[in-house]
Design a protein around this ligand. Structure first.
Ligand code: BYC
Length: 483
């Protein structure tokens, strides 16, 4: 591998490894977009803390062995840049009608609209999550967590840059217009919302933040993996590098939930509580009871399932046929990579019952990706349940049935219990607070969200992490707060 290709050029205003210095037109377009981005960051990025020094990791190379450097940075000075994984020599399109043909270095004209739409949707989620999380700094349970929040935020900002680069370099004037629109839409705005459902929901507290980074960022992982297979090579390379950053976001979610569960179990043991469903007693200890954690999990998992689109989708089939969006780990799958005659089992509503039906594999690609996602989600649940059982409690966190609480796809018009039993509207209305966070649950969690800003200290409801970021000691000052 050529090391020069991997190292990032910091000589232009926009750090990059795509030779922007010699691509005057795109550099100019990006420099033109930059002030609008900075305005957006100052209006919609983390509230407060913009003058604080944050111990952040910045990418300085795309070499997987050592791509990041840690240092104190003020967030507005973070070097957002354009970073693509190195070009693979002789890469071919790994699926669809163009299977085996050389990967495209330019946008294939016939698939231009579809490609642009997928890039815009991906791009739209990145700033949306920053907007959803902007107020969380005020209630961080520790400096360690505060730093992780900001790391996630600056990287989502960089992922927006990544998509904007593709739009501006490869899609001419309409690409530039889409890039501007990405800064105009706002999460949850009545007139100009973000494009996908989950990105217009509130992230009201830190438990939601951890659930979001576990479940919703994991949708991001699956979608990025599928786009990393794309026959459009610049998109593939962009997504491959984004995935290296994404891993930390899911780490934040997984370990965050582990630490909440651990703290709850420790507190219950210390107080001699044997039954985790004695909610009032557990809450009196200043920790979040396991049934409420389960409700938050139900909410964020199902919102994230909706992000996969309909189970049966011609959009998905077209994108696959065109060689634009592949399957998770496409190149490792042993089949013809065209799926002309294959079928895939899909859960559908048939005569008022949830039934498994074989559908053409091509139109069932969203379902397949969603199944891969669910398998990936289970790993965290095993870890959290291990913490609970090791502490001696008989309680298990579970993933709800895919028919439960859905707004997209087969089950959007019916109600089901988390176990997948179909129920009528009246039963749903009566029971939904047993399964999803209620106003009371929200108020209780909000009551715990008092900020902790002393080094090495943690809020009552969360255990400290096992190790620090960049191997720093427990009392490390991850954020030097300036107001
Ligand atoms: N909300 O054919 P269908 C991330 C629309 S997260 C609202 O079933 P398709 C991140 C759909 O657009 C990953 N609308 O869907 C995480 C279509 O409309 P049109 C983001 C929805 O196209 C955390 C119609 O319904 N990346 O990176 O097969 C922090 C029929 O849809 C929704 C991507 O999603 C919804 N949930 O699949 C930061 C990758 N679902 O066109 C970042 C790019 C569907 O008929 N996107 N609709 O008007 C895609 O691959 C696909 O567009 C989707 C939908 C998977 C989203």
């Amino acid at each position: 591998m050529n090391v020069n290709i991997m190292n990032v050029d910091y000589s232009t205003k926009i750090p990059n490894n795509v030779n922007l210095g010699e691509d005057r037109q795109v550099l100019k377009a990006l420099e033109g977009w930059h002030p609008g981005y900075m305005d957006w960051w100052s209006d919609m990025g983390p509230e407060g803390f913009q003058q604080s020094l944050v111990y952040l990791r910045t990418a300085y190379s795309v070499d997987p062995r050592g791509w990041a450097k840690f240092d104190y940075v003020k967030m507005p000075d973070y070097r957002w840049g354009i970073l693509l994984a190195p070009q693979e020599e002789n890469r071919v399109i790994p699926f669809g009608e163009h299977y085996g043909e050389p990967a495209w270095q330019e946008v294939p004209g016939e698939h231009r609209a579809m490609l642009r739409r997928l890039i815009v949707i991906q791009g739209d989620t990145e700033p949306a999550s920053v907007e959803q999380q902007r107020h969380l700094g005020k209630t961080a349970p520790s400096l360690y967590d505060l730093r992780n929040l900001f790391q996630v935020n600056v990287e989502e900002g960089r992922h927006l840059w990544a998509m904007v680069y593709l739009l501006q370099k490869y899609f001419g004037r309409d690409g530039r217009e889409e890039a501007d629109e990405l800064l105009r839409r706002r999460s949850g705005d009545a007139d100009s919302p973000r494009m996908l459902g989950a990105f217009n929901e509130a992230t009201p507290d830190w438990l939601s933040f951890f659930m979001f980074t576990y479940f919703t960022d994991r949708d991001g992982k699956m979608q990025l993996h599928s786009l990393a297979q794309s026959g459009f090579d610049p998109l593939s390379r962009t997504c491959r590098f984004m995935l290296t950053e994404e891993a930390h976001h899911m780490f934040v979610g997984e370990t965050g939930i582990t630490r909440v569960v651990q703290r709850t179990c420790e507190a219950m043991r210390a107080a001699g509580i044997g039954d985790p469903t004695e909610i009032a007693k557990v809450r009196a200890l200043g920790v979040i009871d396991l049934p409420t954690i389960q409700k938050k999990l139900n909410l964020h998992y199902t919102l994230s399932l909706d992000l996969f689109g309909s189970e049966v989708s011609t959009n998905a089939a077209n994108a696959f046929n065109a060689g634009i969006k592949g399957r998770y780990h496409e190149t490792q799958i042993r089949d013809d990579h065209r799926l002309q005659n294959a079928t895939y089992p899909v859960l559908k509503l048939v005569n008022g019952e949830i039934k498994q039906v074989d559908e053409p594999a091509l139109t069932a690609l969203n379902m397949r990706l969603r199944d891969d996602y669910t398998q990936d989600c289970v790993k965290g649940l095993l870890r959290w349940n291990k913490v609970i059982s090791t502490a001696g409690f008989d309680y298990k966190l579970t993933l709800p049935n895919v028919a439960f609480h859905r707004a997209i796809g087969e089950f959007k018009d019916i109600h089901a219990t988390p176990e997948g039993v179909l129920i009528d509207d009246a039963t749903w209305n009566k029971r939904k607070d047993d399964w999803l966070p209620s106003t009371d649950d929200g108020d209780f969690i909000a009551s715990l969200m008092t900020p902790v800003t002393e080094t090495g200290q943690f809020a009552s409801w969360i255990a400290p992490p096992k190790v620090g970021i960049d191997n720093k000691p427990g009392d490390f000052e991850y954020v030097k707060i300036e107001t």
